[in-house]
Ligand binder design. Sequence first.
Ligand code: FAD
Length: 379
Amino acid sequence: MTRSVLVVGAGIVGAAVTLALARKGHRVTLLEQGTLGGAVSGASLACLGTHMIDSEELPLLIWSCRAWRQLAEEIGADIEYRRCGQIRFIEREADVAVAERWIAEERAAGLAPTLLTPAALRALEPALTGDVVAATHSPGDAVVNPFLALRAILRAARSLGADVRPHRPARQVEVEAGRVVGVRTDAGPVAADAVVLAAGPWTARLAAGCGVALPIRPRKAQCLATVARPPTIGAVVGACESTGGVEAGYTQIQQARSGQILFNSVLAGGLSEDGAQDRSPEVDPRFVRDSVTTLLRLFPSLGGIELLRSWVRFEAVAPDDRFLIGPAGPAGLFIAAGDAGTGFVRAPAVGHLIAQMLAEDALSFRGELYAPSRFAAAA
Ligand SMILES: Cc1cc2nc3c(=O)[nH]c(=O)nc-3n(C[C@H](O)[C@H](O)[C@H](O)COP(=O)(O)OP(=O)(O)OC[C@H]3O[C@@H](n4cnc5c(N)ncnc54)[C@H](O)[C@@H]3O)c2cc1C
């Protein structure tokens, strides 16, 4: 049965949900309060990986990485998809055992990560001459350009009839007799049989407006970019376990097709107060210092390179670091948010699950891992 569905939020998740629903023949309207991809999605490093994320989610991650590959082939636009592989550097002997555990789990799921000696690492990534004891290599991981990917997905959805409206905030989810009937906007009500909230860290506020409490909090994510360089870094380079970042956070370094080196260290834990996502703060000096130190420790030949820009956005985080995907509260309301910092890779699978849930089909992945009701059950 085809239905009219309203998706709130044109980040990568809302875009993927819109495309998945349009492909099923639903009449989809996508409302975005700002510019398309203007929140965290456009600011992403957009690594599409299965490596060291969450073993219970491997089936979903593997499916999603395959969907990205197909999308890059089918979509008829260059989204800078590149299967560059991912390296996790290891600076402490104690982390080798941790890496071996991840490798065993991923190999059992049919993937092919390996443990590299320092010499093998140098052969693969010659500029990474910093002092590491080992590294892992996940050869299938890829990257895309986040803006190009998001826009290409929305173009594909529009070609199937989706109505995409930027600069159109959803003010309130409207509910009558226990079921959603649409949303209120400044330009009047927009009617729908179902509403999907894919509004990142703003999702909890919208859900609260129709009586649904969700434990989604904003988390500050920061990034730096250097001026363009000739090709220097081939893979996505990250930290294994807890080394390399701001106070035991996480590091990611990669080179864009433009030649700019993009890198960051995510603050461990680091939740922000609700409402932080409405502001545009500057990067923290401590973050800049630690990120630059880590980059130069690993790639000493980049010493003296100039920084070009920095940015801050807010990810949406749930207490167990997993997405909330599924029905919540009044009939017809669905949640697709709580990305925990790796929502780009998961977006196609989130769209797929929402389409299956709307049709009341059997789910391809373990729905209970993502059920918004899991927090109510725990309480
Ligand atoms: C530096 C950095 C590096 C990252 N690297 C990776 C990576 O390598 N791999 C990976 O998988 N992920 C990565 N991420 C995380 C990834 O970018 C996010 O998980 C993902 O983009 C979340 O997408 P989203 O659509 O849920 O959220 P958002 O992009 O925040 O989209 C939500 C949208 O909803 C809109 N909205 C909110 N309220 C309303 C309203 N009332 N009405 C209408 N619209 C509304 C917002 O304006 C926003 O555009 C990274 C993030 C950062 C910042």
